[in-house]
Design a protein around this ligand. Structure first.
Ligand code: MLT
Ligand code: MN
Ligand code: ZN
Length: 307
């Protein structure tokens, strides 16, 4: 089973169009070693030809150009993208659906009921796509393993997690199960597993257990500090208000670094969905050194894994 990080950035990407912070400036000018990053998405394949896209980033077209493996070109109109799974209805994870409208057959789309609800009301991409390629709707049930044709050798399980429904959702303030999920992605032949959660505000025991069962953990790396956006004068919101657990602990509560420390030492730990404000993006920063010293990797676009 192959996993590719198509986009390792959070909403806005890096550089963000209107941002002149140190990271965005470096990434824009290619002045230092801060690499540009597109918005959050991965792809998984069992045979290297048929790919399941997990989240449809606003940068999908650039991601496809950067990853020709996803374009097998078996006929005049063809793509390796066999289906899309959504882990929430956030703009950075769903806008790319619009870029798939030229499909010649309905798009197989897998999501939980609250996500289909948001994508039929506040951001009605599903009814809109009915005027183009159409959507083949597959509702994901929580905690129930499922497969996605034609990738029968890969088993997915959606775990309910604490994060945030999008700002436009009626459930932003009061979450419903299925607004946000983590995915366990299992190679059926070998039993090897990947844990994927670009938005994760907390990891209670069942979530930790899933993380411990995985060889590869691709997890929420949005913020270094819980008050990062406030400290930079960019927002009034803490990381938790946005559904993200920062890498540093806050007010006695452990952060993502402490949480990842509890995983087996053989587990490969990679931060993804990294916001443009996060100092770990600069390989020369002290924060980056802390992450690396803990055996944690900073995700980059184009990283791939064989699991
Ligand atoms: C988030 O996860 O909080 C998002 O990146 C927000 C967004 O897409 O604007
Ligand atoms: Mn996001
Ligand atoms: Zn910036």
């Amino acid at each position: 089973m192959k996993i590719k990080i198509l986009g390792s950035g959070a909403g806005g990407g890096l550089p963000q169009w209107n941002c002149n912070c140190a990271n965005c400036t470096q990434a824009r000018n290619r002045a230092g070693e801060v690499l540009p990053r597109t918005q959050s998405s991965i792809a998984v394949s069992g045979n290297g030809v048929d790919w399941i896209l997990i989240n449809a980033s606003p940068d999908l077209l650039a991601q496809l150009r950067a990853n020709p493996e996803l374009q097998p070109a078996r006929s005049i109109r063809d793509s390796g993208i066999a289906a899309v799974i959504l882990i929430d209805a956030q703009i950075d994870h769903v806008t790319g659906l619009l870029m798939l409208r030229e499909r010649t057959t309905p798009l197989p789309l897998y999501a939980c009921a609250p996500v289909f609800d948001d994508l039929s009301t506040g951001l009605p991409l599903v009814p809109l796509l009915d005027h183009y390629c159409g959507v083949e709707r597959h509702e994901i049930a929580l905690d129930q393993p499922f497969t996605v044709a034609p990738a029968q050798g890969i088993r997915f399980t959606a775990l309910p997690i604490e994060s945030k429904a999008p700002p436009y959702s009626p459930r932003r303030a009061e979450a419903a199960p299925g607004d946000n999920i983590a995915l366990l992605i299992e190679n059926v032949a070998t039993g090897a597993r990947v844990f994927y959660a670009p938005g994760l505000a907390a990891a209670p025991e069942p979530v930790l257990e899933a993380m411990r069962s995985a060889q590869l953990v691709l997890v929420d790396g949005t913020f270094w500090s819980a008050t990062e956006m406030i400290d930079l004068g960019l927002s009034r919101h803490h990381a938790a208000d946005m559904g993200h657990l920062a890498q540093c602990g806050y007010r006695g509560q452990p952060g993502m670094v402490q949480l990842l420390d509890t995983l087996p030492s053989a587990t490969r730990k990679v931060l993804i969905h990294i916001n443009n404000t996060n100092p770990i993006l600069d390989p020369h920063s002290a924060e980056h050194a802390v992450i690396r010293a803990r055996g944690i990797e900073v995700g980059r676009d184009g990283m791939q894994f064989q699991v």
